[in-house]
Design a binder for this molecule. Structure first.
Ligand SMILES: *Cc1c(COP(=O)(O)O)cnc(C)c1O
Length: 255
C-alpha cells in the first residue's frame, strides 16, 4: 500500500480552475437563456484523472457536485478530499460491476450509470444495508443510463461496449428501482453517441424521459451534456451537466 501525500493545489492551479469554472458557468447561463428555460441545470464537475487537491480547490470555489467514473480511483479521492475538509456530493458516472456496488455507495450518493436489473438489485441491497447501519441515510439516487445509438448503428456494431440500457428496457428497470425503498429514481442519463450530431440524440433522450415520467413522475432529472455538447444538452432539457475537461483541463492518460 502506498500512502498518498496530500499536496494542496497551487495558487496558479486554483486560479486556472476558477477561470475555467466561470467560463463554463457563463456558457450554462447563455445556453439556458437561449433555450428559453428559467432554471439553470446543475453542474457536476467530473474530476476523474485529477487529484483530490483539485476536488478540495473546486469545493472551495463553490462546487457542490463532483463526478467520477472508476471506483478504485474515486474511493480514495473522496477520502482524501474529506480529510481536507471537502465534502461535495459524489456522483458515480462510469460502468459499474454489480460486485462493486457496495464500494461505490460508500462515497457516492448518486449513480448515473445504472443499465441492468442485476445492478439495480446489487445497489438496492447495498443501500438497504447502509440504511440499516445509519438510520436517516438518504436513499441512493439512481439514474438509468440509456444507449442512444440508433438501431442502424447498433446493428452495425452489436459488440460495441454497451453504454446503457436499450430504450425498450427502461420501463422494467424503472419499476425495479421504484420498488426499492433504499433507492430513489432520479431520471435518465446518456452520453451522446460518437460521431453523431448530439441534438437529435438528446431529443430522443428527452422523449424517453417524458414517457418515463408518465409512470414515474418523480424521475424528472435528465443527466446529459459534457464539455463538447453542453449547449445541445441544455437545449434538449438537461437538468444535470457532467463537465470534465473544460473545467479541469485535458486528461493525461495514466498509462
Ligand atoms: C468523462 C465523462 C464526462 C466528462 O467529459 P468531458 O468531455 O471531459 O467534459 C461526462 N460523462 C461521462 C459519463 C464521462 O465518463
Amino acid at each position: 500500500m502506498t500512502e498518498t501525500v496530500f499536496t494542496p493545489a497551487t495558487a496558479e492551479r486554483v486560479q486556472e480552475l476558477s477561470q475555467n469554472l466561470s467560463a463554463v458557468r457563463e456558457r450554462i447561463t447563455r445556453a439556458t437563456a437561449a433555450a428559453g428555460r428559467e432554471r439553470e441545470p446543475e453542474l457536476i464537475v467530473v474530476t476523474k484523472f485529477f487529484p483530490a487537491s483539485d476536488v478540495v480547490a473546486l469545493h472551495g470555489l463553490g462546487v457542490q457536485d463532483v463526478g467520477e467514473n472508476r471506483e478504485q480511483e474515486a474511493g480514495p479521492k473522496a477520502l482524501g478530499a474529506a480529510a481536507n475538509g471537502a465534502h461535495p456530493r459524489w456522483h458515480f458516472i462510469g460502468q459499474l460491476q454489480s460486485n462493486k456496488a457496495a464500494r461505490v455507495l460508500r462515497f457516492a450518493s448518486e449513480v448515473h450509470s445504472v443499465d441492468r436489473a442485476g445492478l439495480v438489485t446489487a445497489l438496492g441491497k447495498a443501500a438497504a444495508r447502509r440504511a440499516e447501519a445509519e438510520p436517516g441515510a438518504e436513499p441512493a439516487g439512481i439514474y438509468l443510463q440509456v444507449d442512444l445509438r440508433g438501431e442502424s448503428s447498433l446493428s452495425e456494431d452489436p459488440n460495441a461496449p454497451r453504454g446503457g440500457a436499450r430504450p425498450e428496457e427502461l420501463a422494467a428497470l424503472a419499476d425495479l428501482v421504484a420498488g426499492n425503498d433504499a433507492l430513489c429514481l432520479r431520471g435518465l442519463m446518456a452520453v451522446a453517441p460518437l460521431g453523431e450530431d448530439p441534438r437529435p440524440a438528446f431529443e430522443r433522450l428527452a422523449a424517453l424521459s417524458e414517457r418515463l415520467r408518465r409512470d414515474h413522475p418523480e424521475a424528472r432529472e435528465l443527466s446529459a451534456g459534457m464539455s463538447g455538447d453542453l449547449e445541445a444538452a441544455v437545449a434538449a432539457g438537461a437538468t444535470r451537466l457532467r463537465i470534465g475537461s473544460d473545467v479541469l483541463g485535458r486528461r493525461q492518460s495514466l498509462l
